[in-house]
Write a protein that binds this ligand. Structure first.
Ligand code: NAP
Length: 292
Protein backbone atom coordinates (compact mmCIF):
# COMPACT_ATOMS: atom_id res chain seq x y z
CA UNK A 1 0.00 0.00 0.00
CA UNK A 2 1.49 3.34 -0.93
CA UNK A 3 0.17 6.46 0.76
CA UNK A 4 -2.30 5.79 3.57
CA UNK A 5 -5.70 7.38 2.94
CA UNK A 6 -7.84 6.74 5.99
CA UNK A 7 -11.61 6.91 6.12
CA UNK A 8 -13.36 6.95 9.49
CA UNK A 9 -16.78 5.36 9.58
CA UNK A 10 -18.68 6.26 12.77
CA UNK A 11 -18.22 9.63 14.47
CA UNK A 12 -19.66 8.85 17.89
CA UNK A 13 -18.10 9.58 21.29
CA UNK A 14 -15.01 7.54 20.36
CA UNK A 15 -14.90 7.76 16.56
CA UNK A 16 -14.96 11.54 16.38
CA UNK A 17 -11.88 12.17 18.54
CA UNK A 18 -10.05 9.35 16.77
CA UNK A 19 -10.86 11.06 13.46
CA UNK A 20 -9.54 14.36 14.90
CA UNK A 21 -6.23 12.72 15.78
CA UNK A 22 -5.97 11.10 12.35
CA UNK A 23 -6.62 14.51 10.78
CA UNK A 24 -3.86 16.06 12.93
CA UNK A 25 -1.49 13.29 11.80
CA UNK A 26 -2.28 14.12 8.15
CA UNK A 27 -3.74 10.67 7.51
CA UNK A 28 -7.47 11.40 7.30
CA UNK A 29 -9.00 11.46 3.82
CA UNK A 30 -12.74 11.40 4.56
CA UNK A 31 -15.45 10.51 7.09
CA UNK A 32 -18.92 9.02 7.02
CA UNK A 33 -21.55 8.89 9.76
CA UNK A 34 -25.07 7.48 9.65
CA UNK A 35 -26.45 10.75 11.03
CA UNK A 36 -25.00 12.91 8.29
CA UNK A 37 -24.99 16.20 10.25
CA UNK A 38 -22.15 14.84 12.42
CA UNK A 39 -20.03 14.09 9.35
CA UNK A 40 -20.79 17.46 7.76
CA UNK A 41 -19.90 19.42 10.89
CA UNK A 42 -16.71 17.37 11.38
CA UNK A 43 -15.71 17.90 7.74
CA UNK A 44 -16.20 21.65 7.89
CA UNK A 45 -14.28 21.92 11.16
CA UNK A 46 -11.32 19.77 10.06
CA UNK A 47 -11.22 20.49 6.33
CA UNK A 48 -12.01 16.86 5.59
CA UNK A 49 -14.48 15.29 3.16
CA UNK A 50 -17.89 14.04 4.30
CA UNK A 51 -18.54 11.04 2.05
CA UNK A 52 -22.11 10.62 0.82
CA UNK A 53 -22.23 6.90 1.66
CA UNK A 54 -20.05 4.13 3.13
CA UNK A 55 -19.28 2.98 -0.43
CA UNK A 56 -18.24 6.52 -1.44
CA UNK A 57 -15.95 6.60 1.61
CA UNK A 58 -14.41 3.27 0.60
CA UNK A 59 -13.80 4.48 -2.96
CA UNK A 60 -11.62 7.36 -1.70
CA UNK A 61 -9.69 5.44 0.97
CA UNK A 62 -7.41 2.43 1.37
CA UNK A 63 -7.87 2.03 5.14
CA UNK A 64 -11.31 2.23 6.74
CA UNK A 65 -11.38 2.68 10.52
CA UNK A 66 -14.79 1.63 11.83
CA UNK A 67 -16.20 2.65 15.22
CA UNK A 68 -19.86 1.66 15.50
CA UNK A 69 -21.98 0.38 18.36
CA UNK A 70 -22.39 -3.37 18.12
CA UNK A 71 -22.01 -6.57 16.08
CA UNK A 72 -24.99 -6.12 13.75
CA UNK A 73 -23.99 -2.51 13.05
CA UNK A 74 -20.47 -3.59 12.14
CA UNK A 75 -21.74 -6.36 9.84
CA UNK A 76 -24.05 -3.85 8.16
CA UNK A 77 -21.35 -1.24 7.45
CA UNK A 78 -18.76 -3.80 6.36
CA UNK A 79 -21.35 -5.13 3.89
CA UNK A 80 -21.74 -1.58 2.57
CA UNK A 81 -18.03 -0.96 2.00
CA UNK A 82 -16.63 -4.33 0.99
CA UNK A 83 -17.35 -4.19 -2.74
CA UNK A 84 -16.10 -0.59 -3.05
CA UNK A 85 -12.69 -1.38 -1.54
CA UNK A 86 -9.72 -2.52 -3.63
CA UNK A 87 -7.64 -5.64 -3.11
CA UNK A 88 -5.00 -4.90 -0.47
CA UNK A 89 -7.14 -2.35 1.38
CA UNK A 90 -7.69 -2.89 5.11
CA UNK A 91 -10.60 -2.45 7.50
CA UNK A 92 -9.48 -1.74 11.06
CA UNK A 93 -12.33 -2.08 13.50
CA UNK A 94 -12.15 -0.27 16.83
CA UNK A 95 -15.69 -1.15 17.98
CA UNK A 96 -16.19 -3.75 20.71
CA UNK A 97 -17.82 -6.87 19.27
CA UNK A 98 -17.75 -10.63 19.71
CA UNK A 99 -14.45 -12.24 18.63
CA UNK A 100 -16.54 -14.57 16.43
CA UNK A 101 -17.91 -11.55 14.52
CA UNK A 102 -14.36 -10.33 13.86
CA UNK A 103 -13.31 -13.78 12.62
CA UNK A 104 -16.31 -14.19 10.29
CA UNK A 105 -15.90 -10.68 8.83
CA UNK A 106 -12.23 -11.39 8.19
CA UNK A 107 -13.16 -14.51 6.20
CA UNK A 108 -15.87 -12.59 4.32
CA UNK A 109 -13.47 -9.75 3.42
CA UNK A 110 -10.71 -12.13 2.35
CA UNK A 111 -12.93 -13.08 -0.61
CA UNK A 112 -12.57 -9.47 -1.80
CA UNK A 113 -8.82 -9.42 -1.06
CA UNK A 114 -9.46 -6.95 1.78
CA UNK A 115 -7.61 -7.32 5.09
CA UNK A 116 -9.24 -7.05 8.52
CA UNK A 117 -7.71 -6.10 11.86
CA UNK A 118 -9.74 -6.14 15.05
CA UNK A 119 -8.42 -3.28 17.14
CA UNK A 120 -10.72 -2.61 20.09
CA UNK A 121 -9.56 0.15 22.36
CA UNK A 122 -9.53 1.04 26.05
CA UNK A 123 -8.95 4.37 27.75
CA UNK A 124 -12.34 6.06 27.46
CA UNK A 125 -13.36 9.21 25.63
CA UNK A 126 -10.51 11.02 27.40
CA UNK A 127 -8.01 8.55 25.92
CA UNK A 128 -9.55 8.94 22.48
CA UNK A 129 -9.32 12.75 22.72
CA UNK A 130 -5.70 12.68 23.88
CA UNK A 131 -4.68 9.93 21.46
CA UNK A 132 -3.54 7.78 24.37
CA UNK A 133 -5.77 4.73 23.94
CA UNK A 134 -4.53 1.19 24.52
CA UNK A 135 -5.18 -0.85 21.35
CA UNK A 136 -5.53 -4.63 21.61
CA UNK A 137 -5.04 -5.86 18.07
CA UNK A 138 -5.78 -9.13 16.32
CA UNK A 139 -4.74 -9.87 12.76
CA UNK A 140 -2.01 -10.53 10.30
CA UNK A 141 1.40 -9.05 11.26
CA UNK A 142 1.89 -7.58 7.78
CA UNK A 143 -1.52 -5.80 7.94
CA UNK A 144 -0.66 -4.43 11.38
CA UNK A 145 2.67 -3.20 10.14
CA UNK A 146 1.01 -1.37 7.24
CA UNK A 147 -1.54 0.37 9.44
CA UNK A 148 0.85 1.13 12.30
CA UNK A 149 0.81 4.93 11.59
CA UNK A 150 -3.01 4.80 11.83
CA UNK A 151 -3.05 3.04 15.19
CA UNK A 152 -0.11 5.17 16.33
CA UNK A 153 -2.13 8.35 15.74
CA UNK A 154 -4.94 7.27 18.08
CA UNK A 155 -3.09 5.45 20.83
CA UNK A 156 -0.21 5.33 23.27
CA UNK A 157 0.25 1.57 22.98
CA UNK A 158 -0.62 -1.03 20.36
CA UNK A 159 -0.33 -4.66 21.43
CA UNK A 160 -0.58 -7.44 18.87
CA UNK A 161 -2.43 -10.23 20.71
CA UNK A 162 -2.52 -12.84 17.91
CA UNK A 163 -4.71 -13.70 14.91
CA UNK A 164 -8.01 -11.96 14.07
CA UNK A 165 -10.40 -12.22 17.03
CA UNK A 166 -7.70 -12.11 19.70
CA UNK A 167 -8.02 -8.32 20.02
CA UNK A 168 -11.72 -8.74 20.81
CA UNK A 169 -11.02 -11.68 23.15
CA UNK A 170 -8.60 -9.41 25.03
CA UNK A 171 -11.20 -6.65 25.13
CA UNK A 172 -13.69 -9.11 26.67
CA UNK A 173 -11.18 -9.75 29.47
CA UNK A 174 -10.68 -5.99 29.82
CA UNK A 175 -14.43 -5.45 30.21
CA UNK A 176 -14.67 -7.95 33.09
CA UNK A 177 -12.24 -5.73 34.97
CA UNK A 178 -13.89 -2.46 33.85
CA UNK A 179 -17.31 -3.66 35.00
CA UNK A 180 -15.99 -5.13 38.26
CA UNK A 181 -14.13 -1.94 39.15
CA UNK A 182 -17.22 0.17 38.34
CA UNK A 183 -19.33 -2.05 40.64
CA UNK A 184 -16.86 -1.62 43.52
CA UNK A 185 -16.21 2.10 43.10
CA UNK A 186 -19.93 2.91 42.79
CA UNK A 187 -20.73 0.87 45.91
CA UNK A 188 -17.81 2.39 47.85
CA UNK A 189 -18.72 5.98 46.96
CA UNK A 190 -22.42 5.39 47.73
CA UNK A 191 -21.30 4.17 51.16
CA UNK A 192 -19.04 7.21 51.61
CA UNK A 193 -22.02 9.52 51.03
CA UNK A 194 -24.07 7.75 53.73
CA UNK A 195 -21.05 8.14 56.05
CA UNK A 196 -20.93 11.89 55.25
CA UNK A 197 -17.23 11.79 54.41
CA UNK A 198 -15.70 14.92 52.79
CA UNK A 199 -15.58 14.10 49.08
CA UNK A 200 -12.45 15.98 47.96
CA UNK A 201 -10.31 14.55 50.76
CA UNK A 202 -11.85 11.11 50.28
CA UNK A 203 -10.91 10.96 46.58
CA UNK A 204 -7.45 12.25 47.32
CA UNK A 205 -6.70 9.69 50.03
CA UNK A 206 -8.21 6.78 48.10
CA UNK A 207 -6.38 7.73 44.91
CA UNK A 208 -3.05 7.85 46.74
CA UNK A 209 -3.33 4.27 47.96
CA UNK A 210 -4.14 0.76 46.72
CA UNK A 211 -7.76 1.69 45.87
CA UNK A 212 -6.66 4.17 43.19
CA UNK A 213 -7.26 3.54 39.50
CA UNK A 214 -8.64 4.89 36.21
CA UNK A 215 -12.33 4.80 37.10
CA UNK A 216 -11.91 6.46 40.51
CA UNK A 217 -9.56 9.08 39.06
CA UNK A 218 -11.69 9.94 36.00
CA UNK A 219 -15.21 9.42 37.31
CA UNK A 220 -15.00 9.74 41.13
CA UNK A 221 -15.45 13.53 41.36
CA UNK A 222 -18.22 13.75 38.75
CA UNK A 223 -20.14 10.90 40.41
CA UNK A 224 -20.03 12.62 43.79
CA UNK A 225 -21.27 15.81 42.06
CA UNK A 226 -24.08 13.75 40.51
CA UNK A 227 -22.87 14.39 36.93
CA UNK A 228 -22.88 11.50 34.47
CA UNK A 229 -22.59 13.30 31.17
CA UNK A 230 -19.30 12.14 29.63
CA UNK A 231 -18.25 8.86 28.32
CA UNK A 232 -19.43 5.33 28.02
CA UNK A 233 -23.13 4.54 27.69
CA UNK A 234 -24.53 1.76 29.95
CA UNK A 235 -26.09 -0.01 26.93
CA UNK A 236 -22.62 -0.37 25.37
CA UNK A 237 -21.12 -1.91 28.52
CA UNK A 238 -24.17 -4.17 28.82
CA UNK A 239 -23.56 -5.30 25.22
CA UNK A 240 -19.91 -6.04 26.10
CA UNK A 241 -20.90 -7.99 29.23
CA UNK A 242 -23.31 -10.13 27.23
CA UNK A 243 -20.44 -10.95 24.86
CA UNK A 244 -18.32 -11.89 27.88
CA UNK A 245 -21.12 -14.04 29.32
CA UNK A 246 -21.50 -15.90 26.03
CA UNK A 247 -17.74 -16.59 25.88
CA UNK A 248 -17.72 -17.73 29.52
CA UNK A 249 -20.69 -20.04 29.01
CA UNK A 250 -18.98 -21.67 26.02
CA UNK A 251 -15.88 -22.21 28.18
CA UNK A 252 -17.88 -23.37 31.23
CA UNK A 253 -16.47 -20.70 33.55
CA UNK A 254 -18.51 -18.76 36.10
CA UNK A 255 -18.10 -14.97 36.17
CA UNK A 256 -20.19 -13.84 39.14
CA UNK A 257 -19.22 -10.18 38.87
CA UNK A 258 -20.31 -10.12 35.23
CA UNK A 259 -23.70 -11.67 36.10
CA UNK A 260 -24.22 -9.06 38.85
CA UNK A 261 -23.17 -6.21 36.56
CA UNK A 262 -25.55 -7.37 33.82
CA UNK A 263 -28.44 -7.30 36.31
CA UNK A 264 -27.38 -3.85 37.51
CA UNK A 265 -27.09 -2.25 34.05
CA UNK A 266 -30.39 -3.80 32.99
CA UNK A 267 -31.92 -2.18 36.10
CA UNK A 268 -30.23 1.14 35.42
CA UNK A 269 -31.49 1.17 31.84
CA UNK A 270 -34.99 0.16 32.90
CA UNK A 271 -35.03 3.42 34.88
CA UNK A 272 -33.83 5.51 31.89
CA UNK A 273 -30.18 6.70 32.03
CA UNK A 274 -29.51 5.71 28.38
CA UNK A 275 -27.37 8.76 27.62
CA UNK A 276 -25.51 8.79 30.94
CA UNK A 277 -22.03 7.44 31.54
CA UNK A 278 -21.77 4.01 33.21
CA UNK A 279 -20.79 5.81 36.44
CA UNK A 280 -24.52 6.59 36.75
CA UNK A 281 -24.55 3.12 38.31
CA UNK A 282 -23.97 4.91 41.62
CA UNK A 283 -27.62 6.02 41.46
CA UNK A 284 -28.66 2.37 41.68
CA UNK A 285 -26.20 1.74 44.51
CA UNK A 286 -27.51 4.78 46.42
CA UNK A 287 -31.01 3.41 46.10
CA UNK A 288 -32.04 6.62 44.29
CA UNK A 289 -32.69 4.62 41.11
CA UNK A 290 -34.97 1.66 41.62
CA UNK A 291 -34.43 0.14 38.20
CA UNK A 292 -38.17 -0.37 37.89
P1 NAP B 1 -21.67 6.19 20.37
O1 NAP B 1 -21.23 7.53 20.85
O2 NAP B 1 -23.04 5.74 20.70
O3 NAP B 1 -21.46 6.17 18.78
C1 NAP B 1 -21.86 5.07 18.01
C2 NAP B 1 -21.53 5.35 16.57
O4 NAP B 1 -21.92 4.21 15.77
C3 NAP B 1 -22.30 6.56 15.98
O5 NAP B 1 -21.47 7.21 15.06
C4 NAP B 1 -23.48 5.87 15.28
O6 NAP B 1 -24.06 6.65 14.25
C5 NAP B 1 -22.78 4.65 14.71
N1 NAP B 1 -23.69 3.56 14.38
C6 NAP B 1 -24.39 2.77 15.24
N2 NAP B 1 -25.10 1.85 14.55
C7 NAP B 1 -24.85 2.06 13.24
C8 NAP B 1 -25.29 1.44 12.05
N3 NAP B 1 -26.13 0.39 12.09
N4 NAP B 1 -24.84 1.91 10.87
C9 NAP B 1 -23.98 2.96 10.84
N5 NAP B 1 -23.52 3.59 11.94
C10 NAP B 1 -23.95 3.15 13.12
O7 NAP B 1 -20.70 5.04 20.90
P2 NAP B 1 -19.15 5.13 21.30
O8 NAP B 1 -19.05 5.41 22.74
O9 NAP B 1 -18.43 5.98 20.31
O10 NAP B 1 -18.72 3.60 21.11
C11 NAP B 1 -18.45 3.06 19.82
C12 NAP B 1 -17.80 1.70 20.01
O11 NAP B 1 -16.60 1.83 20.79
C13 NAP B 1 -18.70 0.69 20.76
O12 NAP B 1 -18.52 -0.60 20.26
C14 NAP B 1 -18.17 0.80 22.20
O13 NAP B 1 -18.45 -0.37 22.95
C15 NAP B 1 -16.69 1.02 21.97
N6 NAP B 1 -15.97 1.72 23.04
C16 NAP B 1 -16.52 2.82 23.66
C17 NAP B 1 -15.77 3.47 24.68
C18 NAP B 1 -16.31 4.69 25.40
O14 NAP B 1 -15.76 5.05 26.45
N7 NAP B 1 -17.34 5.36 24.91
C19 NAP B 1 -14.51 2.99 25.02
C20 NAP B 1 -13.98 1.91 24.34
C21 NAP B 1 -14.72 1.27 23.36
P3 NAP B 1 -25.16 7.78 14.59
O15 NAP B 1 -24.38 9.01 14.94
O16 NAP B 1 -25.95 7.91 13.35
O17 NAP B 1 -25.98 7.27 15.75
Amino acid sequence: MSELKVGVLGLGAMGRPMACNLASAGLLEAVWNRTSEKALSFASEYGSIAAASPAALAERCNVILTCVSADDDLREVVGQVQTALNRGDIIVDTSTVNPGTAKSLSVQLAEFGVGFVDAPVSGGVEGAVRGTLSVMAGGDSADLERISPVLGAISATVTHMGPVGSGQATKAVNQVIVAGVAECVCEALALSEKLNLPSVRLLSVLGAGAAGGWFLEHRGASMLEDRFDTGFKPALLLKDLKIVRELAQDLDIELNTVDAAIRDYEGLLAGGNEDNDISGLIRLKRGSETGK
